[in-house]
Design a protein around this ligand. Structure first.
Ligand code: KG4
Ligand code: ZN
Length: 351
């Protein structure tokens, strides 16, 4: 099945063509147009600007994805689009574009949950991967553990009670002078510092819960920086980055071990933008090796927002006949809007 995947939930406009089948997972193209340069000026994503930039980019990005894949619209079997969660104005651009493209070409339409799509990225790197498994999604907006019983059935086990791990990384950029979003820069800086240099609190909540809270860690880092400034000292940015990263990776690794133990699952899938973090990948790798569990790490290019993951998740829904109809809307929340396909497919004329 040749699936076009479209993504516009936050600040990347992305389109990809992926060929999926029982044993086939072939990325034919994966085009991502990032808006980071536009939003950097404001130190975060500005929703209105994001929506406008998606409108400008989505047609060209889709054409490029089809061209690079060597596929015409007529050769597609389905159009998959992220319909939730995310910035509502940004999501609406992708959803309406996908609906129009599908309607005009009488193609089946599939609505995809962005979080499930991040997890589906793992199947593109490890074609033999099959549920059940545990998944940890760590992105700019989410930090959550799931029990994945099928590619379309996710049960939330716990996660952050406040900020997401990506947000925690990004918030420190302003104070230590790293460019937004700071995740990748923090990753490199942390490798040069001493992770035991600065005492910071763990985001892991006490007890047998997979839950975490990143707000205390963020405040402690800011207080530390203010204290250093008040004493007229210079901060060792690498030491702070290393200590901050250590707390985040340690907490996520500890909670991941707990989830594997509590669920009895033997495979862990790491997903989302923060899954590109080299320290987190190494710490989870060590823990899974020690526990005799399998760890699936998507390549860094498939960790951030992209269209290939949406196409893969779309295929799994299409396989189950979970198509969307012309009433499909976008939703900022976690649940896919209910808009089943009409019997007989698309309406045949415009009223
Ligand atoms: O999944 P994603 O592309 O977008 C959302 O769905 O949120 O994740 C973006 C997040 C940003 O917060 C960015 O700082 C973070 O992923 N990120 C990283 C790294 N690369 C990207 N965080 C830590 N280490 C990295 N290497
Ligand atoms: Zn994402």
């Amino acid at each position: 099945m040749m699936v076009l995947g479209l993504e516009s939930s936050c600040d990347e406009t992305a389109a990809a063509v992926v060929e999926m089948g029982e044993e086939t997972r072939t990325i034919r193209s994966n085009v991502v147009a990032s808006q980071i340069d536009v939003h950097r000026l404001y130190g975060g994503v500005v929703p209105e600007i994001a929506s406008r930039a998606h409108i400008e980019a989505i047609g060209g990005v889709t054409r490029q994805a089809l061209r690079e894949a060597g596929v015409t619209v007529g050769q597609l079997d389905a159009v998959a689009v992220t319909a939730c969660p995310g910035l509502i104005g940004a999501l609406l651009v992708g959803v309406n574009f996908a609906k129009s493209l599908a309607w005009a070409n009488r193609l089946p339409l599939v609505a995809v949950n962005h979080i499930h799509a991040h997890v589906a990225a793992a199947c593109l790197c490890e074609p033999g991967l099959r549920p059940p498994f545990a998944a940890l999604v760590v992105s700019g907006g989410h930090t959550c553990f799931y029990r994945v019983t099928s590619w379309t059935d996710f049960a939330e086990l716990g996660g952050t009670r406040d900020d997401a791990a990506g947000e925690a990384f990004d918030k420190v950029d302003r104070v230590i002078g790293l460019p937004y979003p700071s995740g990748a820069a923090m990753d490199r800086l942390a490798a040069q510092g001493n992770p035991g240099a600065v005492a910071l609190p763990s985001p892991a909540l006490a007890g047998d819960t997979p839950d975490l809270s990143f707000s205390g860690l963020k405040t402690a880092a800011l207080n530390y920086l203010n204290g250093v400034a008040q004493r007229g000292e210079t901060v060792n940015r690498a030491d702070l980055a290393a200590s901050y990263t250590r707390q985040i990776t340690d907490a996520l690794t500890r909670k991941a071990a707990l989830v594997l133990e509590q669920t009895g699952l033997r495979t862990l899938v790491l997903a989302g933008g923060v899954a590109a973090n080299s320290h987190l990948r190494a710490a989870l790798g060590e823990m899974c090796r020690a526990q005799g569990c399998r760890l699936c790490l998507p390549t860094p290019a498939l960790c951030g927002d992209n269209g290939a993951m949406v196409a893969a998740a779309g295929y799994f829904r299409a396989e189950r006949g979970l198509f969307a109809g012309p009433a499909l809307n976008a939703s900022a929340g976690e649940t896919l809007p209910d808009a089943p396909a009409q019997a007989g497919g698309w309406p045949t004329g415009i009223a």
